[in-house]
Design a protein around this ligand. Sequence first.
Ligand code: CAA
Length: 378
Amino acid sequence: MNFLLTEDQELFRRTVREFAAREIAPVAAEHDEAETYPAENVRKMGELGLMGLTVPTEYGGAGAGAIEYALAMEEVARACAAHSVVLTVNVSLVCEPIYKFGTDEQRERFLPRLTRADIVGSYCLSEPRSGSDARNMETRAERDGDHYILNGTKNWITNGGVAGLYLVYAATDPHGGRIGAFLIEADRPGLRAGAKERKLGIRASSTTQVFLEDCRVPVENRLGEEGDGFKIAMTTLDGGRIGIAAQALGIAQAAFDAAVAYAKEREAFGHRIADFQGLQWMMADMATRIDCARLLTYRAAQLKDRGLPFSKEAAMAKLYASETAMWVTTKAVQIHGGYGYSREYDVQRYFRDAKITEIYEGTSEIQRMVIARHILRD
Ligand code: CAA
């Protein structure tokens, strides 16, 4: 296993880092405070090729691998986690399943617009009464000739209200046993996004409910076969979890960098606070945990790139990186003392943003369940 990035990967990381420092970091606090969606920067991420990073070039993507994707996610999240969730949902949760499970016609119809960020995608699995227990959904897709009629409510939908395309999961039999996946354009009658949720963190991203009210969707918009939906949802989340691990890593890295800079500059009892062993041990533990999270994330990405099974490793990376982000950001606030609690400083934003990485794309408890099932099955 190679622990070092190639020269091209280093160059790619530097390019994304410079882009994020120039375009994203300066507006991150403002978007967070005002809870406004960064449409202009999403367009710029599209121009840079990030919004279709892992999609083959014939469909307008950059044809990059999972390692590059993890690098991009980390760098964007380091500047602003809310920007990075728009990116990860578009790339991992919408473009990738369309490429993997879609027909040529579906790929041609949707991918070029998603990769250019002419539209962004949205992934609709969770519901008011089913989050972790995703299979237990109540949304129904009833077959009516060459259409399906969808009814139900989806919850906590990232990019809700701003997306041009919604990938919606719905049960196709009355008992909910078979699940289908449907590509639904935002302007299709019967699909409606609710009000923007008021969240603790990633406040610049748009999260809404999505209502399906007798929404008629042609059969050619179904992704995969009728009963394939749950497997499509789960395989898609395996890849998505690498993205969230990298997002958590970016948040942790940003908090760590801020804490170290502050510790070197702030004085107490006649010394820089960085000179106190208590803080040094804290910083050493922060750096070590961040590196562990990074290695787990790269391992999962490398397995994915090589076409090997990576479900357990993605769950491990997501679990460890998200808990690291929460732990590191808590310490970073502590190192900043009272200033860490002030909204004038970015470190409180990292702390608020970190929490969601332990919740979405499968809570830490679900990651442990996935890992344990693999251990007991292997
Ligand atoms: N890949 C392929 N197939 C899979 C799979 C995977 N990773 N995981 C499960 N499956 C298959 C199983 O093999 C099984 O197939 P068969 O019926 O042929 O045997 C089928 O799916 C059902 O699997 P399980 O019995 O394991 O299903 P379960 O009901 O026990 O649930 C779970 C498994 C892992 C708990 C799953 O429900 C889960 O991941 N829950 C969390 C959901 C989640 O992550 N939601 C996030 C919402 S999206 C989001 O957050 C996006 C955002 O906005 C950022």
